[in-house]
Design a binder for this molecule. Structure first.
Ligand SMILES: Cc1cc2nc3c(=O)[nH]c(=O)nc-3n(C[C@H](O)[C@H](O)[C@H](O)COP(=O)(O)O)c2cc1C
Length: 363
């Protein structure tokens, strides 16, 4: 058993990412029961909902699990919509109205709503419930948050996309670092303007492993046992996967999203800000293409997402994947089935073992 597995009290060094609208208690419970680490997506939940989901996970499993929050400076506190130039809001609204008409919605001139600042409340729930792992994307914890976690036995994991941020996180005293290569689905885990976020997993993981002393978990482009072995060979202590777990039975993603992942090849993803205002890897879509062609500005922080909520809801209801943020990474090219999440963990372990046996014959 690896030291990562010992410190997280899990059987296999396989982590399922906390993913908004995808990772609820059923997915987390299934991964934890299979011996991996499941992570709940906490960002968009009210404190009561988050507490409810944590308790539900505990009904489903006695295994270790985590809760993920974003700590991007634009969210904590959230950007004030009135700080955005009116002309930008109008241009973004005009571009979005074309998407609305395309899916049968009425045009709208509603301004983006101010996001509530839920981070402190969610953090207090994590402490209160003594969640085993706090997973952080797109930001760093304040020193007092870190010490309050450690006082309560909560281990802290920070995801980075470049080696400078890995060093900063390690110096702060976090327990684990996730090195997120550019292949990864979902948002790029950066928070400083102009921070590097284009390094691939194969180069980033060993660079981060050499730079810090805490265990490093590889993320981005990994979806099977071959990927697990490769990540371990690079010095990672384990892997964190998102896209692979979107395409599972317990994932809350709409069926059309799962089917698009199964059908896609690795060259069918792009990185865009058009869905939320922050860079994210998604499957190519009409919406992202039209928005880029419109030349309209993208509103910062999650204000762009706030403007688009009605479009996403209608797209989900009407089965229009082209107008929905289909977050997915380049590993789509090797994902071809829709199993239970526990079976994913089992299959990856089995394939990794047989890959290792084959490798032993080569050298
Ligand atoms: C659908 C989806 C949603 C995601 N949501 C989050 C999130 O809420 N918080 C977070 O830290 N990372 C999120 N991520 C990124 C993952 O943490 C991870 O970096 C990524 O999935 C790894 O690459 P892979 O998709 O190739 O496995 C998300 C990824 C996907 C695919």
């Amino acid at each position: 058993m690896s030291s990562l597995c010992r410190s997280l009290k899990i059987t296999y060094p396989i982590l399922q990412s906390g993913m908004g609208r995808v990772a609820g208690p059923d997915l987390v419970g299934a991964v934890a029961r299979a011996g991996g680490l499941g992570i709940l997506a906490g960002l968009n939940l009210t404190p009561d909902d988050l507490r409810g989901q944590i308790r539900r996970v505990r009904e489903l499993t006695t295994g270790t699990f985590g809760v993920n929050l974003w700590l991007h400076p634009d969210l904590h506190p959230p950007i004030d919509p009135s700080s955005v130039p009116v002309a930008d809001v109008e241009a973004a609204t005009a571009a979005l109205n074309r998407a609305r008409l395309a899916i049968g919605l009425r045009e709208s001139v509603a301004p983006p709503l101010q996001r509530p600042d839920t981070i402190d409340d969610a953090f207090n729930v994590i402490l209160d419930e003594r969640v085993p792992v706090w997973s952080i994307g797109l930001g760093l914890p304040a020193a007092d948050m870190l010490s309050r976690c450690h006082d309560r036995g909560v281990q802290v994991m920070v995801m980075v996309a470049n080696v400078d941020d890995a060093r900063t996180a390690a110096d702060l005293g976090v327990d684990f670092i996730v090195a997120q290569g550019v292949e990864a689905g979902g948002h790029r885990s950066t928070w400083r303007a102009k921070a590097a976020a284009d390094v691939g997993t194969l180069a980033l993981v060993p660079e981060v492993v050499d730079a810090v002393r805490v265990p490093v978990i590889a993320a981005g482009g990994i979806a099977d046992g071959r990927g697990l072995v490769a990540a371990l060979a690079l010095g990672a202590a384990g892997v964190l996967m998102g896209t692979r777990f979107v395409a599972t039975r317990e994932s809350m993603a709409p069926e059309f999203w799962k089917q698009r992942i199964l059908a896609a090849a690795s060259d069918q993803t792009i990185v865009t800000t058009a869905f939320t205002g922050l860079r994210a890897r998604v499957l190519r879509s009409q919406f992202a293409q039209d928005y880029a062609a419109s030349g309209a500005p993208v509103l910062p922080g999650l204000l762009q997402a706030a403007l688009e909520q009605d479009i996403w809801a209608a797209a989900s209801k009407e089965n229009r994947p082209d107008y929905f943020p289909l977050y997915a990474g380049q590993s789509v090219g090797v994902i071809r089935d829709l199993p239970g999440a526990g079976d994913v963990v089992g299959a990856i372990v089995a394939e990794a073992k047989s890959t290792l046996t084959q490798l032993a014959d080569i050298l």
